[in-house]
Design a protein around this ligand. Structure first.
Ligand code: SF4
Length: 738
């Protein structure tokens, strides 16, 4: 039994106000009559006619658990959202959802949500009213203008992103720092230069073979559900697609590959040039369009040299290259481990060069077309903005900053000095759901609705075969009376600066309705009027958008030769992102803490993956405690020995090591981001996240507690719970790396 609910008014605002609204995916009768003027709480023994106890209603909305923007259906029963599934009407994810999306309800109902505005007074944060909070904010921002003010966010799109841009314009600032730890910023730069588009459509489903240099497109990639769908088609096509994964630490995608090849960290670009050498000089493919300096560089990478440098056997390189030439069209991908080096642009360009030689551009790499609403398009993040922000803060260039959807205090390497530099920013505002590390450093905290309570639109950066805007609507009334929608907060800020322009909008709901009404007729398609268009958009969760046709170019740019880097001693640190905790944003969700890592099977902790041979040389045994030290600091963590790691690498997953962020995240494991060097890619300025060299030293033995806690001990079981049953690699003989 639920106490006080006012579901009728909630449903009205959700577009139910017209009698007989059809429900997408609903398991109620498709016509429902709403009686006006009856607002009192009723017992479920006498339910209102559209609330059938025990019967769920499904509403369409959009997932914001990562930047991909999948369509969702939420099952709502007795006024509360209980279960999320994929929206079949969303071509991006076709009714599917990943585990991070499934866990969205745990963030929504999380007991550590911030439930009231807070203002720093006397060194600590104390509850204030919204009126007090907005009055302080207005006073502080009135004293700031130009580039001494900035927004710091994660990837954003849709009408909320447009309002952030409007607010920056109203403040006279150009400073929108967009930060994502898991990003493909270097690939976007290469794509722009070589294809003419930053984010073209990748068509795994059309490829007969995929060679992935560390692109974990099934796991912690840019749109894992979308690419998992394409991967299913790739595997079930008449000619079953062949997947080769080349990386220094086995990812979820690598675990699914037909052939997994271990490569010395940072040498992927060299291998790509070696393969280009074979394609041109041995298999006699055309070198048309390749500049002479790049052609000379290719010729310089003979198979003997490349095999020696990369550690990949020459016969393997030859076989994979031969298969690529035979299985056309193919697709060659570069992932974060290729991009994240001082020569990241060059290595990524070398990988894209293979697509040019193989003629894949236009076949498995297509233009995404001209999206007709550029102001709504995804503003994708990287790490260069984090560096710029830290530099601006250090140089005392910022008087005020607003943080939303990103946690830079957690994710910035110590080498950037951001923790200390935050004190230089005059006034820090965090719009947040949870008390994470950045919130704990803020001066003013504004509690925001969960995405299951809020309005919005999202435009996926990686679109499906057709382009779409995904609609986000509240699936239930807000749980906590003192949270506010992001759009409503943005409108309040804009009204402080441009009251005459924004006073017409009572709230963000009104703003969105107006924005939808203003969309051109071709977007509204067969809708008879604006109400019908609005209701249809809410029911389907998707607005399909025609985009102007474009054709990709296939230009090979000159780039510097990728080189091996780092000292000869020590190991390369691989800070690996994974589906689940992702970049750390989901560490406060117990379902995702409990979900075993796909490769190591560890739960609720950090670990370091090392190759058994490497560990043996250092006198390290499975589950021993080691200290991993870089020039920037160290982390202490237990070792899991796996053959899916290159001899020259030690991998520590991202996600743990929070010093705040609520009861489920705080104090668990370590954060490898903290000990990264501040090296950057020479061309893009992106952080070279995979270029830090470390030493590993045993500081403690395995103990009984760690064996049970980490669940990787004497058997392939989760502390005896058999959550993940595995087959030893020796029995399979499909992978390589031993
Ligand atoms: S890929 Fe991202 S947007 Fe899609 S369901 Fe998973 S978390 Fe949500």
């Amino acid at each position: 039994m639920i106490g006080k609910i006012n579901r009728r008014s909630f449903l009205k605002v959700m577009g139910w106000s017209g009698a007989g609204a059809a429900l997408s995916g609903c398991d109620l009768p498709s016509t429902v009559t709403l009686e006006e003027g009856k607002e009192e709480v009723v017992s479920y023994l006498m339910p209102e006619e559209y609330v059938i106890p025990g019967v769920g209603v499904w509403y369409a909305s959009t997932c914001t658990q990562c930047g991909a923007g999948c369509g969702i259906h939420g099952r709502v029963r007795e006024g509360r959202v209980l279960k999320l599934e994929g929206n079949p009407d969303a071509a991006l994810n076709k009714g599917k959802l990943c585990m991070m999306g499934q866990a969205g309800v745990q963030g929504h109902y999380n007991p550590d949500r911030i439930t009231t505005p807070m203002l720093r007074t006397g060194g600590s944060l104390a509850a204030v009213t919204w009126d007090q909070a907005m009055a302080v904010l207005e006073e502080k921002l009135a004293a700031v203008s130009g580039d001494r003010f900035g927004w710091f966010t994660g990837t954003m799109s849709g009408h909320q992103a447009a309002l952030v841009a409007n607010h920056l314009e109203a403040m006279g600032s150009t400073k929108h720092y967009v930060h994502e730890v898991v990003n493909n910023a270097v690939s976007r730069a290469v794509n722009t230069d070589m294809l003419g588009e930053a984010t073209p459509r990748l068509r795994l489903d059309k490829a007969k073979m995929v060679v992935s240099f560390g692109a974990d497109f099934l796991g912690a990639g840019q749109s894992p559900v979308h690419y998992a769908g394409q991967y299913a088609a790739f595997r079930t096509n008449k000619e079953r697609g062949l997947l080769v994964q080349i990386e220094s630490k086995m990812s979820l995608t690598g675990g699914n590959a037909d052939l997994w090849l271990a490569i010395k960290p940072g040498t992927e670009g060299i291998l790509a040039l070696g393969m280009a050498n074979l394609l041109l000089n041995k298999l006699k493919l055309s070198d048309a369009g390749i500049p002479s300096d790049v052609r000379a560089m290719i010729d310089d990478h003979d198979i003997t040299r490349v095999a020696r440098t990369t550690g990949v056997a020459g016969h393997r390189i030859q076989r994979v290259t031969q298969l690529l030439s035979e299985r056309s069209p193919s697709l060659v991908l570069a992932g974060a481990t290729v991009e994240g080096h001082a020569h990241g642009y060059a290595a990524t360009a070398a990988v894209m060069l293979l697509n040019h030689i193989l003629g894949n551009v236009g076949k498995t790499i297509e233009s995404a077309g001209d999206f007709p609403f550029p102001q709504l398009m995804s503003r994708q993040g990287g790490t260069s903005d984090l560096l710029a922000f830290a530099a601006d803060a250090k140089a005392q260039q910022l008087d005020a900053a607003i943080f939303y959807g990103s946690n830079p205090v957690y994710s910035a390497p110590q080498a950037l000095g951001l923790g200390e530099a935050m004190a230089n920013i005059g006034f820090k505002v965090a719009i947040a759901q949870f008390p994470d590390e950045t919130v704990m450093a803020a001066d003013l905290v504004l509690p925001v609705d969960s995405y299951l309570e809020d309005w919005g639109t999202q435009v996926p950066a990686n679109q499906a075969e057709s382009n779409a805007i995904h609609v986000q609507q509240p699936l239930m009334e807000r749980l906590h009376s003192q949270t506010r929608g992001l759009g409503d907060i943005l409108l309040s800020l804009l009204k402080q600066r441009k009251s005459e322009e924004y006073a017409q909008f009572e709230d963000y709901y009104a703003y969105l309705r107006n924005a939808f009404a203003a969309m051109p007729a071709d977007v509204k398609q067969s809708a008879q009027n604006n109400n019908e268009f609005w209701n249809t958009a809410l029911q389907t969760g998707v607005i399909n958008v025609e985009s102007g046709a474009r054709k990709l170019q296939s230009t090979v740019v000159s780039f510097a030769a990728p080189v091996t880097e780092g000292a000869a001693d020590g190991l390369s640190l691989v800070p690996s992102a994974r589906m689940g905790l992702f970049d750390g944003r989901h560490a406060n969700l117990p379902w995702l803490q409990e979900a075993p890592d796909h490769i190591s099977k560890v739960v609720w902790d950090s670990w370091a993956e090392m190759h058994p041979d490497t560990a043996a040389k250092m006198g390290i045994a499975n589950l021993d405690l080691v200290r991993i030290s870089s020039a920037q600091g160290s982390v202490d963590v237990r070792v899991v020995l796996l053959k899916g790691v290159h001899h020259d690498a030690v991998a520590v997953p991202l996600g743990q090591g929070h010093e705040a962020y609520g009861r489920y995240a705080k104090g668990l494991g370590v954060n490898p981001l903290k000990i990264l060097d501040a090296t950057t890619d020479a061309m893009t300025g992106e952080l070279a996240m995979f270029s830090t060299r470390v030493t590993v030293k045993k500081i403690g033995e395995a103990d009984a507690l760690s064996i049970v806690r980490m669940g990787t001990g004497s058997g392939d079981s989760q502390a005896g719970r058999k959550l993940v049953v595995t087959v030893p690699v020796e029995q399979v003989k499909r992978s390589e790396g031993a």
